[in-house]
Design a protein around this ligand. Structure first.
Ligand code: GLN
Length: 493
């Protein structure tokens, strides 16, 4: 049987597998064919090992035939961002410096996916070391937005978002340090989740900024995102920042229960500062349409204030670069990765390996981070940023005393064109709506809400919840998804 996978969801694939209407081998073959057909123009995959995927699919079919599938999802592929390690596969973080690296072990999230029978599929393109908002910082290739291939898919998880939007895989893992799951999800018209900090293990995620990084899903639907987060979430003794909760409390069940209900009794805050700042007309219209839909469902809206929002971008770019400068110190060509062959002595090994191995944006971050941590500047920049971070977290705590969730835009504009944001500062400023909740640790979800009238590009909305409030976040998101006016978010490609 040949199967159309372009818009297939994980939940639908599981039903087809359970009914015996499709085998895992047929399913994986169909995704690999789709990659073959469209990835020449999308370029989401850095690598995709068809043989390995098909071998895993056949093993899944044998388990199912024997009546012992690992879960209802046994045999369904999941795309993996190139900064999350999978045993036996490369993990370059889209950087030249890690080109030769083959991982000896599975990240906890990958091990948990495999334990449920999911099949890791390929290595998805990203901004080098997850630094960027357009995937243009990859050392290898330029991933296109499947809605319009002259535009960026967003970043840094641009490969993950584009692969899902193009139907090359039903779901993918990304990582979010300052918006890298939610922003590309909004640009590509898919769902993206940044879980509460500590909800998902970072063991096996190549660190960018350890106090901000979280792994999360990108998917066609809120339900699929819930299925993946149910699978990967929960305490992991291998990550000392992992929270003690054993799991996320059954998000897929919460989604199923909420889908056809209403939003009566749900109080949603609209942060003044997020609506006062510049967003394009298309983004504003999309967000307003979403608010109208939720009001019809009975949600109550209140205005709230997050007064320290204006410091969020500056605070983030001090803390994230400081952490990055220390995290990336280990990439020197000594123990692993690419080593410069021309170097004459040890100092030259460091200089040349790092000089040739890192791209411009990564070097910029390392230099910025080293500067804000240097003696004499540490107190003025790094320490002060940490204090402002506390104020930003308190802003959210105060807001959540007045409402259950917050609703905001995800990005000030829809997906921009390649090369349009040449000035790094312009790129950084566009992170305004996503970074504050990495600083505070809260959870957030980006859901497609509308298509922009003139460009036809997707507009997302962001729902933000208090720490560990994923269940409520997903329930409201699912209810909105069911009711939103625009129902089809599928690019023509
Ligand atoms: N765009 C932000 C940055 O460049 C966020 C990246 C991320 O979340 N990994 O740092």
């Amino acid at each position: 049987m040949s199967i159309e996978v372009k818009t297939l969801t994980v939940a639908e694939a599981a039903a087809l597998l359970a009914a015996g209407k499709v085998t895992a081998a047929q399913l994986c073959r169909a995704y690999l064919d789709r990659v073959q057909t469209v990835d020449g123009s999308v370029k989401a995959f850095l690598k995709c090992d068809a043989e390995r995927i098909m071998a895993a699919a056949e093993a899944a079919d044998q388990r199912r035939a024997a009546g012992t599938p690992r879960s209802p999802y046994d045999g369904i592929p999941v795309g993996i961002k190139d900064c999350i390690v999978t045993a036996g596969e490369t993990c370059s973080c889209a950087s030249k410096i890690l080109a030769p690296v083959v991982s000896p072990y599975d990240a906890t999230v990958v091990a948990r996916l495999k334990a449920a029978g999911f099949i890791p599929m390929g290595r998805l393109n990203m901004d080098e070391f997850a630094m960027g908002s357009s995937t243009e910082n990859s050392a290898y290739q330029r991933t296109a937005n499947p809605w319009d291939i002259t535009r960026v898919p967003g970043g840094s998880s641009g490969g993950s978002a584009a692969a899902v939007a193009a139907g090359e895989v039903a779901v993918a893992l990304g990582s979010d340090t300052g918006g890298s799951i939610r922003q590309p999800a909004a640009f590509c018209g898919v769902v993206g989740v940044k879980p509460t900090y500590g909800r998902v293990s970072r063991y096996g995620l190549v660190a960018f900024a350890s106090s901000l990084d979280q792994i999360g899903p990108l998917a066609h639907t809120v339900e699929d995102a819930a299925i993946i987060l149910d699978t990967i979430g929960g305490h992991d003794p291998r990550d000392c920042t992992s929270l003690p909760e054993p799991d996320c409390g059954g998000l897929a069940a919460a989604v199923a229960a909420a889908r056809n209900g209403d939003l009566k009794g749900v109080k949603i805050g609209l942060p003044e500062e997020y609506f006062a700042s510049e967003s394009s007309a298309g983004v504003k219209a999309g967000v307003e349409a979403a608010i109208a839909v939720m009001k019809e469902l009975g949600a109550e809206f209140v205005s709230v204030s997050l007064p320290h929002t204006k410091y969020a971008v500056a605070t983030y770019y001090i803390i994230a670069t400081a952490e990055a400068s220390t995290n990336l110190a280990r990439f020197d060509g000594i123990r692993y990765g690419a080593r410069d062959q021309e170097a004459q002595d040890l100092t030259e090994v460091y200089f040349k390996t790092r000089g040739h191995g890192f791209g411009d944006e990564v070097k910029r971050r390392i230099i910025l981070g080293t500067y804000v941590l240097s003696s004499g500047y540490y107190d003025a920049f790094y320490l002060r940023a940490q204090k402002v971070r506390t104020l930003i977290r308190r802003d959210f705590e105060a807001a959540f005393r007045q409402c259950d969730l917050l609703l905001t835009p995800v990005t000030p504009t829809t997906a921009f064109r390649f090369g349009e944001k040449k000035d790094p500062l312009q790129m950084y400023l566009a992170d305004i709506y996503t970074i504050a909740l990495n600083l505070s640790g809260n959870c957030g979800i980006s859901i497609p809400a509308a298509l922009e009238a003139d460009s036809g590009m997707p507009v997302g909305i962001q729902l933000i919840g208090p720490a560990l409030a994923e269940k409520q976040l997903f329930a409201v998101a699912a209810r909105f998804e069911q009711a939103r006016k625009e129902q089809v978010f599928t690019p023509a490609l």
